[in-house]
Design a protein around this ligand. Structure first.
Ligand code: DLL
Length: 442
């Protein structure tokens, strides 16, 4: 793996170094196809397009995208599980899912061809920064309904490098495998990467003697100081990888070795920036909400999917030689979604579980902290007055039973601390449900 090679050698050179005109002509053609395809193959999309008064045969220009209706997480939730799929299930070979705002998760599907597109998107971002067949890629994202593990698995296989699908957790084992198998590439969340570094230091493991060169880190927000720390401690270059299940998973965009903006795989995903309040398109360069339209997917194509991620699109050329445009790393969200250990959590999901439990008051506070570089989530909740003394006798048991309910609903361990009635501060205006104490934590 060498940065010199990476600068000259691209996986899909005719796309990665294409002129703007060529990219736009690919996008227009595929946008037209996608809109017609959605209209003809899905009743929900057809109704949305009709309601917006758009004739699917009259999409002639990229600017016409502004006429099309948005798709949101709520649309997926309301059509749970497969209502937005555009192929019969017999053609769908894989599903993934992530959490919805409340209740149902959002389910996404892939045909064989979609899987191949996904693998190619990931192979492209990896190859273009120098990953080659002789690399050994340790994937520490979880494998399951989350897209992180599987996306990188198929992408790395497509590239032809060796994959270690170790999944998340069991940090000592991560380190043993990393050392024994001589992993050269780490695919992970940034927070778990820092935790791995910390455990390594405890065991006296020196990363300069291991073989890691490159990390593809994403699935959650992270900062430049975190990058500096990761690169220093793990002796590797850390690149930001971004994606979301509704669009394809990881592989939507990724940094090059310049580490300044994430190149979007624009032949498959058309990016827009909109004003989150008015929904109006903003010019590239302005900060706003990222919206993506998939241009080639078949099982679940997304038209103008509102990511709720705040970013902007670069307008200048990248010195790496790739001409695919870049997005800034997401700098926040327009909603209250939290990402804890790679799991997307909405406060409303926690509330929904708590409010169904007898003997709890509807007064709670979600508390975010940092431990070992990993975000931790807990919830304080008041026990009702009538049963407080009775519940006090068996506090631990009650807390544990609530934690189990939260785990089965959300898939995340949320530490519950029961509080006496009327001890959680009341708000006079909009309730403050989240107390973020992560700043300043290690
Ligand atoms: O997190 C896909 C992914 C897996 C991306 C592995 C990168 C690596 P979801 O679970 O659907 O998909 O969550 C998507 O996570 O809308 C962002 O808010 C956030 N996110 C993902 N990558 C980044 C990143 C995967 N690099 C949501 N920086 C997105 C900041 C990120 N936020």
């Amino acid at each position: 793996m060498s940065s010199q090679t990476a600068k000259k050698d691209f996986w899909d050179p005719e796309i990665s170094t294409a002129s703007r005109d060529r990219i736009i002509s690919i996008q227009i053609k595929n946008l037209k196809d996608t809109v017609k395809y959605c209209y003809n193959n899905n009743a929900i999309y057809r109704k949305k397009i009709d309601d917006a008064g758009v004739n699917p045969d009259k999409i002639d220009d990229i600017a016409d995208i502004g006429k099309l209706p948005f798709t949101t997480k709520d649309d997926l939730r309301d059509s749970y599980p497969f209502g937005l799929f555009c192929t019969p299930l017999s053609q769908v070979v894989r599903v993934h899912a992530s959490s919805g705002t409340t209740g149902n998760p959002t389910v996404v599907g892939y045909t064989k061809e979609d899987i191949d597109i996904w693998a190619n998107c990931i192979a492209r971002v990896m190859y273009d920064v120098g990953v080659r067949k002789d690399d050994i890629v340790q994937i520490s994202h979880t494998f399951g309904l989350f897209t992180g593990g599987w996306g990188f698995q198929i992408g790395t296989e497509k590239l032809g490098a060796l994959v270690i699908p170790i999944s998340g957790g069991n940090t000592e084992r991560q380190l043993k495998i990393m050392a024994d198998f001589k992993s050269t590439v780490l695919v992970n969340t940034p927070s778990y990467t820092l935790y791995i570094a910390e455990v390594a230091e405890k065991f006296g493991i020196d990363f300069s003697k291991l073989h890691l060169k490159l990390g593809f880190l994403g699935a959650e927000p992270w900062t430049e100081p975190m990058r500096v720390e990761i690169e220093k401690r793990l002796h590797m270059k850390a690149l930001n990888s971004y994606g979301l299940s509704e669009i394809i998973g990881p592989g939507v965009s990724c940094e090059c070795l310049e580490q300044d903006g994430l190149h979007i795989n624009e032949d498959h995903f058309l990016a827009e920036i909109i004003d989150p309040d008015t929904g109006k398109s903003l010019p590239y360069g302005s900060k706003g909400e990222l919206v993506f339209t998939t241009l080639t997917k078949r099982a679940f194509p997304a038209i103008r999917y509102r990511t709720k991620d705040i970013s902007y699109i670069y307008t200048d050329k990248c010195p790496c030689g790739k001409t695919l445009i870049k997005m800034a790393k997401p700098m926040g969200r327009t909603d209250d979604m939290l990402i804890i250990k790679g799991v997307n959590v909405f406060p409303s999901q926690i509330e929904e579980v708590l409010l169904k439990i007898k003997d709890l008051e509807p007064h709670y506070l979600i508390v975010l902290t940092k431990e070992n570089y990993m975000d931790q989530i807990g919830v304080w909740v008041e026990v009702s007055e009538d049963n407080f003394h009775e519940k006090l006798m068996d506090l631990e048991f009650f807390e544990k039973s609530i934690e189990d309910k939260l785990f089965s609903a959300i898939g995340l361990h949320i530490k519950v601390s029961l509080k006496e009635p009327k001890t959680i501060a009341r708000s006079e205006g909009k309730a403050k449900r989240v107390w973020d104490r992560r700043q300043g934590g290690n």
